[in-house]
Ligand binder design. Structure first.
Ligand SMILES: NC(=O)c1ccc[n+]([C@@H]2O[C@H](COP(=O)([O-])OP(=O)(O)OC[C@H]3O[C@@H](n4cnc5c(N)ncnc54)[C@H](OP(=O)(O)O)[C@@H]3O)[C@@H](O)[C@H]2O)c1
Length: 375
């Protein structure tokens, strides 16, 4: 079976070139990458251990911000070793265990990232991200870790949909948004925020988007933003931007802030919130030392100033990690009903692994998810 693989960066590369077809620069280190073939997975549907398991063949997959840190860790691995990358996929069910009732061979499925705050679901099933190696062509999962996708959703969309949609729907659910309210979405051109804009459609909320990507403005407006403010890149660029404050003040202030990078935005975002406003975040830019330096967030925010805003304005701060099965199901239903417009930037295949990873992690022109497809 095939794997989209990134090789370790330590020591000299082994003499036989191990399927290397390209390279990608992550956190200042150049990693070699390529498609590696490994033995197929053996799966006995009658085995007791596979009673609730499902064997799938991955058709297409994608990476997320979190995968950058997993690749960066390969700086400590020898050049002859590799890691199979990816945290999202669309796959076809090939076989099911005897106790599986929700899926059957031929179904197309995506990962279900259902997460309630603990690493395991009852029954010992891993919660949250089912695999950090989504490009492994054959793998098996518990049936609860998979959801069927509608026939209306092409592979390229499905391979890049579930993680951000489930997170965005989880964030919107946690805020209990009310029609007529104002929401500010930060880093609006990030994949998470593009999914948030989709999740906020049809909820009667006026959405204001802040982005450092000028070229994304037309797409953000098309996704339902009432106004888009182009801010300076990084924490200081966001904090110093007067136009954002003016736009929000003219609109009556923000009732909600949805923020994928708390370490870039939280201090200023709280200033922009109305009394009793709610702020929700799902992540941070500083997932590695290098990323922290690159984003200019290696110094912590002043906690005192943040606490004063929280207390004096009776604000609520929510942390959110992905969502529940019902969030993903609602997103899949909304897609099938034509209510969502997921943003796919580009699709790669074959030996274009370096280009796939470079576009995913490094290209400032990227807007939306980057997909790798097996032919
Ligand atoms: N916990 C969870 O369940 C969960 C799920 C999904 C995502 N997340 C987290 O959400 C965050 C976003 O992930 P993603 O995959 O959506 O990221 P992404 O698509 O790679 O984000 C890229 C965008 O982030 C903004 N950005 C990045 N670095 C910046 C910097 N130094 N200064 C200013 N803006 C910067 C820019 O937005 P603009 O161009 O608009 O300025 C950029 O276009 C990550 O922390 C990720 O781990 C968490």
């Amino acid at each position: 079976m095939r794997n989209v693989a990134v090789f370790g960066a330590r020591n000299r590369p082994v003499a036989r070139a191990l399927s290397v077809s390209g390279s990608v620069l992550i956190d200042g280190i150049r990693f070699r990458c390529g498609v590696v073939r490994t033995p197929d997975v053996a799966f006995d549907p009658a085995a007791a251990a596979n009673r609730f398991r499902v064997l799938v063949r991955v058709r297409a997959a994608s990476c997320n911000y979190r995968d950058r840190g997993l690749i960066a860790a390969l700086r400590h691995a020898d050049a002859g070793r590799f890691f199979t990358v990816g945290s999202e996929f669309v796959a076809e069910v090939a076989a099911v265990g005897e106790g599986v009732t929700t899926l059957r061979p031929g179904d197309r499925v995506v990962a279900n990232y259902h997460y309630e705050g603990l690493p395991e679901l009852p029954g010992g099933v891993r919660a949250g991200v089912p695999t950090n190696q989504a490009t492994k062509e054959w793998q098996s999962f518990h049936e609860r870790q998979l959801r069927r996708v509608p026939a209306s959703m092409p592979d390229e969309v499905a391979a890049a949909f579930a993680l951000n949609a489930q997170t965005a729907y989880g964030m919107v659910r946690r805020l209990e948004v009310r029609p007529g309210a104002n929401a500010l979405v930060t880093s609006a051109a990030s994949n998470t925020s593009l999914a948030i804009l989709n999740a906020l459609r049809g909820r009667g909320v006026d959405v204001y988007a802040a982005t450092s990507s000028e070229q994304a403005v037309p797409r953000l407006l098309a996704l339902g933003a009432r106004d888009v403010v182009v801010v300076g890149r990084g924490r200081a660029g966001f904090a110093d931007d007067r136009a954002l404050g003016e736009v929000l003040r003219a609109a009556g202030g923000a009732d909600y802030v949805l923020d994928p990078f708390f370490d870039l935005h939280i201090a200023r975002a709280l200033e922009l919130l109305n009394p009793f406003g709610k702020y929700v975040t799902c992540g941070l830019a500083a997932q590695t030392h290098h990323a922290a330096r690159a984003a200019g967030v290696d110094a912590p925010e002043p906690l005192g100033a943040i606490a004063v805003q929280l207390i004096m304005k009776n604000l609520t701060v929510l942390g959110n990690c992905v969502g529940l099965t019902e969030d993903l199901d609602r997103a899949l239903r909304d897609y099938d009903a034509g209510r969502l417009d997921p943003v796919v930037d580009s699709v790669f295949a074959g030996d274009d692994v370096g280009a796939f990873l470079d576009r995913t992690f490094n290209d400032p022109a990227r807007l939306g998810k980057v997909v790798y497809r097996y032919d």
